[in-house]
Design a protein around this ligand. Structure first.
Ligand code: SF4
Ligand code: SF4
Length: 237
């Protein structure tokens, strides 16, 4: 999940200082879970903006705002409200904001949230960063504890000298990722994993912007390419 929070009211007002009429978009997925883009959050921000003299022409909470075709479909019945607005305010992560920017290039799109990190939910309403989506996952070596993300320094051959009673030197009640990995591997009787130095990661595995196709899409594309090639061959005869 993309953990996120809504910008401060002061910042939102500053950002929207030239906007008189705005259409609001939330997100029924991560932003809703973070209480930063669900129906209720949009209602609250609407009340706030209207108390500041702005008109909210309409609003929508798509199931998943980063899903461009779904957002496009959902927005169809809001065409008039969108047309009436000077701008779009989006309460989602930056991916959702860019869905709207891609679909409505003529409109100014404002990000009302700050995306924070890719998070695991440890308890209801409590999210922690476990993974940074680095593009090359080999955390089996560390007992499924990610040192890239959960070690403050991201070191692959730890721990550093900052461990204090199992906690990281940064404090904040943060356990040292390397102590966690050691304890996990000990339970699995796999401490030998830590004897060999870990090879450096292939950082080229995460070249931005990343792209990904589901395997079924790749298959469809291959089938289409094969059909095209067959047609071309037929024409050539
Ligand atoms: S190594 Fe860590 S950051 Fe990279 S994909 Fe695996 S869990 Fe995520
Ligand atoms: S104490 Fe542990 S988690 Fe903190 S920076 Fe050092 S190795 Fe990383």
């Amino acid at each position: 999940m993309i953990v996120q929070e809504t910008k401060s009211k002061e910042l939102i007002l500053e950002m929207l200082k030239d906007v008189k009429k705005i259409f609001l978009v939330g997100c029924g997925d991560c932003a809703t879970v973070c209480e930063a883009g669900g129906e209720n959050d949009l209602k609250n921000i609407t009340e706030f903006l209207e108390s500041e003299g702005k008109k909210v022409t309409g609003k929508i909470v798509p199931d998943t705002s980063c899903h461009i075709p779904d957002v496009k479909m959902g927005m169809k019945k809001h065409a008039k409200e969108l047309e009436d607005a000077d701008a779009i305010g989006v309460m989602s992560c930056g991916a959702g904001v860019q869905s709207l920017g891609t679909l409505y290039e003529e409109k100014i799109v404002y990000p009302l949230n700050n995306p924070l990190f890719l998070g695991n939910t440890e308890r209801f309403g409590q999210h922690v960063e476990y993974c940074s989506a680095c593009g090359e996952c080999r955390i089996d070596q560390f007992g499924a504890i990610c040192p890239v993300t959960r070690c403050y320094k991201g070191i692959l051959n730890g721990p550093c000298g900052g461990v204090n009673n199992g906690m990281c030197e940064i404090g904040n009640d943060t356990p040292c990722a390397w102590v966690l990995a050691y304890e996990r591997l000990e339970k699995q009787n796999r401490l030998d994993n830590l004897k060999e130095p870990v090879q450096s990661k292939n950082w080229a595995a995460h070249l931005r912007p990343m792209r990904h196709l589901n395997p079924s899409n790749i298959k469809k594309m291959e089938e289409k390419a094969a059909k095209r090639a067959a047609k071309e061959a037929q024409k050539g005869k």
